[in-house]
Every structure is written in C-alpha cells, then in structure tokens.
Design a protein around this ligand. Structure first.
Ligand code: PAF
Length: 281
C-alpha cells in the first residue's frame, strides 16, 4: 500500500494507472472505524483500485470547534487500510494542500440552510471545497460517503450534479454499534456514561420510523417522538431535531417521501448527529 503525502506524488501515481482500471475513492478525516471500513469494502467491491484520503480539513471546522483535538491516529489508520486491501492513502499536510493565499471555495446554496448548515456556518463550504479538490487530484470513477452525514452526502451529490463532475456518488448505510449508536470518530470523546445515554438518538429515530410505518404523517408528531426519547437521556443540549424533504433539505409539515428526520445532540462537549430516511414502504 502506498502512502502519498503530496499532491505531486498523488498526481504522478494517478497518471500511472491504466485507463482500463476503475478508481474508487473514500475521502476521510481518519480516526477510522467500521463505518469507514464499510466505505472501503464497497469501494473495493466495485473498483480495481481503492484510494483513501486521510486529511483533517481545517476549512470545515468553525473557530470554536474541535480541529485541534480531532483524533489523528495515523499509524493505526494506515494499518487498517493495509489490512482492508487499500491501494493508496493520500494524507497531505494542510500546508501542502492549501496555499496560504487559497481563495477559491465551493458553496452549494440552499441545501446548507438547515440542519448542520444552520449550526455550523461555513462547514459545508469547507467540505465541498476539499472534496472537489480531492476529486480533481484523485480523479476517481466512484466516490463513497456515509449516510450518517446525510446532509453532507446530499450536498456533495448536488455539487457533483451542478458542476458536472464526472464521479459516480455512492452513499453507504450507517454502521451502528450493537446498541444502535451510529459509529463516528467523535464517539471517542464520549465518557462511558455519555455513550450509554447517546443510544437514545437511534432509539428515538427508530420509534419515529415505526410511527411513520404505522401511518403517522405529521412531521411535528414524529419530531415529538424523537424529542421525548432523547430528553429521557438528559442530553447536555439538543441542537436540532428536524424533519426535512430529501430533495431540498427544508423543513416540512407533512411527510412526503423521501424525507429525512435528522438530529444533532450534545452529550458533554460532544456533538453527535444521526438520521433516519423515511421512504415508500
Ligand atoms: O465526512 C468526512 O469525514 C469529511 O467531511 C470529508 C468528506 C472527508 C471531507 O473532509
């Protein structure tokens, strides 16, 4: 497995890949867990070459967010990738990736107004900018993103479609612990007590999905079900619980499929997100 540290090295290697090969790409910020490895697994299944990027992208962190303390266990990540059959890791230094006078950014308007976009101004601009730049460097045929970050996945899909980027976007199901907690690199911040309480996110979303399956179509009623469940877990703060249309990511009163119920909740200083998609049964 190759470890490429600079854009030049990545480009050089990419040019050596025969045209007949298909290149799959899983962009990550490292601190890899089974959710990332599921992206890698799908990527390997569908492509002849698998590239993983490991880059904690400073552009997508707000001034008071966890950029400095974000976990960076590079050796462990590299070992996981190697064992999973990854062909190359691209892990640039921020200074190599962004010039000090970097001045070009990608904004997908509208889809970033609600959910995490409302609470984290500039976050999706950072995500879109890094992903488009990574796409230009890696030139993948297919790219893999987790549905846990559903707003990110849908915004990136829109970016790819609006800017005619020739990458097939693959969305991969959320991987959960047996308890139902969605896997996230940020789970590492949770104390055992917070971790146990955070199970309420999935419990609430699952109850809402069951209520939807039983005919409930009023968004507020479904939101209330999630809220009641989460409140029993004594979260530090509920950032949002929203029901939105999947196409525009705008709040809806009545559920018309496909729709998404998404939550962001703090336990201690850790902000966790999760969601459920409501689809035609
Ligand atoms: O989901 C992530 O880990 C990041 O937002 C991504 C897509 C790698 C961009 O930095």
């Amino acid at each position: 497995m190759l470890i490429l540290r600079t854009l030049d090295d990545l480009r050089l290697w990419r040019r050596s890949i025969p045209l007949s090969a298909s290149v799959g790409f899983a962009p990550t910020m490292g601190a890899l867990h089974a959710g990332h490895m599921k992206l890698v697994e799908e990527c390997r299944r569908e492509n002849s070459i698998t590239v993983v990027s490991i880059f904690v992208n400073p552009l997508q962190f707000g001034p008071n967010e966890d950029l400095a303390r974000y976990p960076r266990p590079f050796e462990k990540d590299a070992a996981l990738c190697e064992a999973a059959g990854v062909d190359a890791i691209y892990a640039p230094e921020p200074a190599d990736f962004y010039a000090p006078d970097h001045a070009t950014f990608v904004d997908v308007h509208g889809l970033d107004r609600h959910l995490c976009g409302a609470a984290r101004p500039g976050h999706f601009r950072g995500v879109c900018t890094v992903v488009l730049k990574l796409f230009h460097a890696v030139r993948p045929h297919r790219a893999y993103f987790g549905k846990k970050d559903i707003q990110q996945a849908l915004i990136l899909k829109r970016m790819v479609s609006d800017l005619a980027v020739d990458v097939d976007m693959r969305l991969v199901d959320t991987v959960r612990e047996p308890s139902g907690l969605a896997l996230s690199s940020r789970n590492a911040y949770l104390t055992p007590d917070e971790r146990a309480r955070a199970i309420a996110l999935n419990r609430g979303l699952s109850r809402a999905r069951d209520a939807f399956a039983n005919g409930e179509r009023t968004a507020n009623a479904l939101i209330r079900i999630v809220q009641m469940e989460i409140e029993t877990s004594e979260p530090t703060r509920i950032d949002y619980i929203e029901a939105v249309s999947q196409s525009k990511l705008e709040p809806i009163d009545k559920i018309e499929v496909p729709a998404v119920i998404a939550v962001a909740v703090f336990y201690g200083k850790t902000r966790l997100i999760d969601n459920v998609t409501l689809e035609k049964s």
